[in-house]
Design a protein around this ligand. Structure first.
Ligand code: BGC
Length: 517
């Protein structure tokens, strides 16, 4: 996002207002919603590689893992119940994000965040005290419901609270808190695994109560967004709130635009069918393709199963958990690079550079694993240099993702949808992301068992496809105010055929305004 943006209506207005301590604290607290998501992504892979956890809940996996070395290493973790443990959460998150969109709209963003925190807390509690597999899965489903609510409301909340000049960085701030959550989980797994008596996994899973409490308490003290208050008829209070948030008295222009935008969006009765109109074809295509491709980079194979994967390719338990900590650190640092560079180098450059980087690494990792494990998955002795090379290339791969498809997979959809379809298109984006997160989590261990090192080539193939897609079909959105985004489609070699009928209109909002008048 450029420093100077254009207010809704596309008239080049600049709203007064500062990045006040009030809004900063508010956004930091709200971004904790990303922390619970990240904590969860990081924690499950670690506990599923802990022996005490496997022995208690998945004894057959434990036995396979500790059978003599001639057992095919690729298949040692292949168990549908174990996979269900990881992936059940994403199915629950998918379902609840649909419910959450109604709660968020009708009762405000805060209530959804509160539900998110409470459900997440309940899930962490059930998991921490789990005695049987069904308790684990129930806990995961509750966590998933929590994440669905949080992921639906937090990004919306942040965008509405943030002064428009800082919306881009705050958006990636959410991704940054996801990566911090993953890292914290990896570090805790490493230490909790060392606890004598083998109950460390209870702390790992139960530890999710801490970020859950932060977001629960946060949602009680956070103010509601002015947009949401207006939407629910509290117009006067909304204005006072806006003055407090922006730190200036003169908020009339922004306030009037918020009221107008809310009135306009109420006129759209069927945002879902609206989305199917021909002129929204590029937006719909992006709402589906971007999250699909983000997950088909294969990143969550590393995020969920890094310790399991490192374990499979010959690392000891401790070394496997440690390697996950290393990839976690790389993930956080590389996300910061994208915060720095996204408005300087542009989205397309990051997408394409990240794609090439991931591709090279996937091919190298496939070759390394293929050379040592071959088809039968029996490596013999693994030299140290070999392990170092594998971890090194996995780290370069994670860095490539973390400054391209990671943050941009959330940022780009959020900046290309015109207001009248924004919420519906964003729901499509979140749902597609969850479906494919679920799919990758669910089938990964089975694929590792059957495709063996070829698994990495499978994802490499998709990285090639997505890079070609970006090259030909994704226009650059750097430096273009959201409300002026219509022009990038109209001047695009392919998408112009869908939107050219609208030529002359600045953007979606203006089209709306034209119809309203
Ligand atoms: C993705 C997650 C992924 C995470 C890794 C996010 O953008 O949506 O699926 O686990 O990045 O940092």
């Amino acid at each position: 996002m450029p420093a100077a943006g254009i207010a809704p209506g596309g008239s080049g207005k600049e709203y007064p207002g500062n990045l006040t301590p009030f809004v900063t604290v508010t956004c930091v607290v709200a971004a904790m919603g990303g922390l619970i998501f990240g904590y969860d992504i990081g924690i499950s892979g670690g506990v599923t590689s802990m022996d005490s956890f496997l022995l208690k809940f998945f004894p057959s996996v434990y036995r396979k893992k500790h059978a003599d070395d001639t057992v095919n290493q690729y298949c040692q973790y292949d168990s549908q119940t174990l996979t269900m443990f990881t992936s059940s959460l994403y199915l629950a998150a998918l379902l609840s994000s649909i419910v959450a969109s109604t709660v968020t709209r009708a009762f405000g963003r805060k209530l959804s965040m509160l539900f998110g925190g409470l459900l997440f807390f309940a899930g962490a509690l059930v998991n921490g005290f789990a005695q049987a597999v069904w308790m684990l899965i129930l806990g995961r489903i509750l966590l998933g419901f929590g994440i669905g609510f949080a992921n639906q409301s937090v990004p919306l909340y942040l965008s509405e609270m943030a002064p428009y000049r800082y919306r881009g960085s705050l958006n990636i701030g959410f991704q940054l808190s996801i990566t911090v959550g993953i890292l914290v989980a990896n570090v805790l797994n490493f230490f909790f695994n060392k606890i004598k008596g083998g109950w460390g996994w209870r702390l790992s899973l139960g530890g999710a109560m801490v970020p859950a409490l932060i977001i629960t308490i946060g949602s009680l003290v956070l103010p509601d967004t002015p947009n949401s208050m207006i939407e629910r008829g509290q117009t006067e209070e909304a204005k006072t709130k806006l003055q407090r948030i922006r730190g200036v008295e003169d908020v009339d222009e922004e306030f009037d635009d918020l009221v107008a935008a809310s009135a306009q969006s109420k006129l759209v009765e069927h945002p879902w069918t609206n989305l199917l109109q021909r002129k929204y074809r590029p937006h719909l295509a992006m709402a589906v393709c971007i999250p699909f491709f983000q997950q088909l980079t294969g990143i969550n194979v590393i995020m969920f199963y890094a310790p399991v994967l490192f374990n499979s390719i010959g690392f000891g338990d401790d070394a496997a958990l440690m390697s996950a900590v290393i990839t976690g650190i790389v993930n956080v640092c590389a996300t910061m690079v994208s915060i720095y560079g996204v408005d300087k180098w542009g989205r397309r450059f990051l997408f394409l550079e990240g794609g090439v980087q991931m591709l090279i690494c996937q091919v190298v990792v496939a070759a390394c694993i293929g050379a040592k494990f071959g088809i039968d998955g029996n490596p013999g002795d693994l030299p140290k240099w070999y392990s170092i090379i594998v971890v090194l290339f996995i780290c370069i791969y994670v860095a490539g993702f973390a400054w391209s498809w990671g943050p941009l997979g959330w940022l780009v959809p959020s900046e290309i949808f015109p207001l009248e379809i924004r919420s519906a298109a964003q729901s499509v984006n979140v749902s597609v992301n969850m479906i494919f997160t679920f799919a990758v989590a669910q089938i990964f261990l089975m694929m590792l068992c059957h495709l063996k090192f070829g698994l990495f080539l499978f994802f490499a193939f998709f990285v090639v496809v997505m890079s070609i897609f970006v090259y030909f079909f994704l226009p650059e959105t750097k430096g273009i105010p959201i409300e002026e985004m219509g022009q990038v489609w109209r001047s695009h070699w392919y998408w112009s055929r869908f939107v050219e009928a609208e030529a002359g209109h600045g953007n979606g909002n203006m089209e709306m305004a034209a119809k309203v008048v």
